[in-house]
Design a protein. Structure first.
Lengths: 237, 402
């Protein structure tokens, strides 16, 4: 595939603070991720993995170097344009689910479509379809407080994919879940990746969870320490 | 999108019902005070105007002394006596009636009932000058006036108290220990613009009043009603000339009496009322300001509390103006809600006051619209800064917020 990379870091730096206190969260990272990959990022805390994920998700911008997202110079876009990019192409799943409290599952899932300006009927249909895909057709009107952790994370995944994004960014999506629930969530993400060609970038510190990725990148001290293809992905039916 | 935002704001207000209500209180009280003040004020003004026109616009009032004005030395004034009254009556041209009157509030007793009423000593001219007719019976005879014989003409309130709907004529009531046969019943005048019951009165001949009740020779007020076609200002000039002569006031001395027509009295009343309304409105304005600051405070709390929510919204693609709109609309809806409650409360208070003081209740639509608009504007102004703060949050920091 000679196409341009989906995600491309070129000598990318991200620094915090100034002078003596300056810390380089990312120190000259070069990285290419292609369409359809399932990349898991590992590394100890402070290794720069979260910073890298924030930049990939267009939540943050690099201090220097280039970040190209789908060929767009996303590292130099202003706040408003990055918001548009996120809304159109990127879905987010967080460790703490981050659903709106006291708001029904379907309303939570509709939210990104509201900011896109989709009409009410279309929003409802798409949100229902997304919730069905994650297996929560019977929980549409439940609020987060009425759902288990695993179910809440499914709602969050439905919210992330309701806009049919090109990229799913997941930050420790199983961090708050037990082993069985974690594997359910990972199975769901793997299916989205394999069946729908959704590119996934996931940060985790659990090797077992990282093993679901088709490629495992390890960050240490703001640089990529290893980047390997994973040939032993768990089989997902 | 806008409707979504409004319903979002409403649901957020409902979720924090008690807190929202407490926040609203400042605005509710401010708006209620303004609405009540203006409605009661305009009702009172209307009532006073109606009273004045009932009194007759050709009535002049002469009193001794000068009304105190700020910074002036009060003029030491001799009281009027009957001789002044007679001299004025003898020399004044163009008067329909000239009448002297003194007044005192005393206890009036009939049988086992007693009331505290305003007793006026005067003469028959009083009824003409004040344009006040008797509904039953008669006024005083010449003989009763001259002889100082205690006879009474009573007001409707006194009659109701003592006789119910029965006939009072011929009964003897005791006015401050003076036995006094009732010879007439006045027609009802109702409540004055200041909530005074004008029917709670007993009227008797001046001399009887001076001798038996007041115990002096004073004539407190001289009423003059001008003939039709004689202007009050012309009449006022004539009275002043005669009074200066009677009271032997030198050309370089100030008057030690004052002559006022009803328009002047009405103007004085309305300007007093205007000052009162203005002052209370200023207090209400402060309350609105405090209410606005309250809204700002609660919106800041709300933005801080919902930092994570803002982070989620920003992450999934909300623009700054989405967040800004959400919180500004929330503040505006909150303030408008306060305004609506305030208008309701204010109108309720005004209606109650108009019932108690028997003044007309005529709420002004423009004032209500203004109050609603103003409270909305408060929300807009005081909600903007907290909303901007929320909209400017960094999504990464906001998501990390606990």
């Amino acid at each position: 595939m000679a196409a341009q990379p989906f995600i491309e870091f070129t000598d990318l730096w991200k620094s915090y603070g100034e002078g003596e206190a300056q810390v380089n969260a990312l120190a000259g990272v070069n990285l290419r991720i292609h369409h359809g990959e399932f990349v898991t990022i590992m590394g100890p805390s402070g290794s720069g993995k979260s910073t890298a994920m924030n930049i990939i998700g267009c939540l943050d911008t690099p201090t220097s170097g280039d970040y190209k997202f789908m060929g767009v110079d996303a590292g130099r876009l202003d706040r408003a344009r990055r918001a548009v990019l996120r809304n159109l192409y990127i879905g987010f799943v967080f460790q703490g689910y981050n659903l709106l409290a006291r708001t029904s599952a379907i309303d939570n899932v509709e939210l990104p479509l509201i900011y896109r300006g989709a009409p009410r009927r279309e929003r409802k249909l798409r949100a229902e379809a997304a919730l069905e895909l994650v297996g929560l057709s019977d929980r549409l009107t439940h609020t987060p407080a009425e759902l288990s952790g695993g179910q809440q994370q499914r709602v969050a995944i439905a919210r992330a994919i309701v806009t049919e994004p090109a990229l799913l960014v997941a930050d420790e999506p199983t961090g708050n879940l037990d082993t069985a629930r974690s594997h359910e969530i990972m199975t769901l993400l793997t299916r989205l990746n394999e069946d729908r060609g959704l590119t996934v970038v996931m940060v985790t510190h659990e090797a077992e969870i990282a093993a679901y990725g088709s490629r495992i990148i390890r960050f240490v001290d703001g640089q990529i320490a290893s980047d390997v293809k994973n040939e032993e992905r768990p089989h997902v039916s | 999108m806008f409707l979504e935002t409004v319903s979002l704001a409403l649901s957020s207000i409902r979720r924090n019902a008690l807190r929202s209500f407490l926040t609203l209180l400042g605005i509710v009280i401010g708006v209620a005070a303004v609405i009540a003040m203006i409605t009661i004020g305009s009702g009172t003004t209307e009532k006073v105007k109606a009273d004045i026109s009932k009194l007759g616009s050709n009535l002049l009032t002469v009193r001794s002394g000068q009304p105190p004005t700020p910074g002036s030395v009060p003029v030491q004034a001799r009281d009027f006596e009957v001789k002044h009254l007679n001299a004025l009556e003898a020399n004044l041209v163009g008067a329909k009636a000239v009448s002297g009157a003194s007044q005192k509030t005393v206890r009036v007793v009939y049988g086992t009932e007693s009331v505290t009423a305003s007793v006026t000593g005067t003469d028959t001219g009083f009824f003409t000058a004040r344009d006040w007719e008797v509904a039953a019976g008669r006024t005083f005879t010449e003989q009763e006036t001259r002889g100082g014989i205690p006879v009474c003409v009573i007001g409707e309130t006194v009659r109701k108290q003592f006789f119910g709907s029965g006939d009072p004529l011929g009964s003897i009531i005791r006015v401050a220990r003076v036995n006094c046969p009732v010879v007439g019943l006045l027609e009802s005048k109702g409540t004055s613009g200041f909530g005074q019951d004008q029917d709670n009165v007993v009227i008797m001949p001046l001399q009887a009043f001076q001798r038996r009740i007041a115990g002096n020779n004073k004539v407190e007020t001289i009423y003059v009603s001008a003939n039709d076609g004689v202007s009050t200002s012309e009449m006022q000039g004539r009275i002043e000339t005669i009074m200066r002569e009677i009271r032997k006031i030198g050309p370089d001395q100030d008057d030690d009496f004052n002559v006022r027509d009803q328009t002047q009295i009405a103007n004085a009343m309305s300007s007093t009322m205007g000052v009162m309304t203005g002052m209370l409105s200023a207090v209400a304005g402060v309350s609105l300001l405090v209410g606005g600051i309250g809204i700002m405070n609660i919106m800041l709390v709300s933005v801080t509390e919902r930092t994570r929510e803002i982070g989620i919204r920003l992450a999934i693609g909300a623009q700054e103006w989405h967040i800004l709109t959400q919180f500004v609309v929330e503040a505006t809806v909150l303030a408008l809600l306060g305004g609506v409650f305030g208008i309701g409360l204010g109108l309720g208070l005004a209606a109650l006051a108009s019932y108690v003081f028997a003044i007309p209740f005529n709420p002004s639509l423009s004032v209500i619209a203004l109050a609603a608009g103003f409270s909305g504007a408060i929300g807009l102004v005081f909600g903007f800064f907290p909303a901007l703060r929320g909209a400017r949050l960094n999504p990464i920091d906001a998501l990390r917020h606990e």
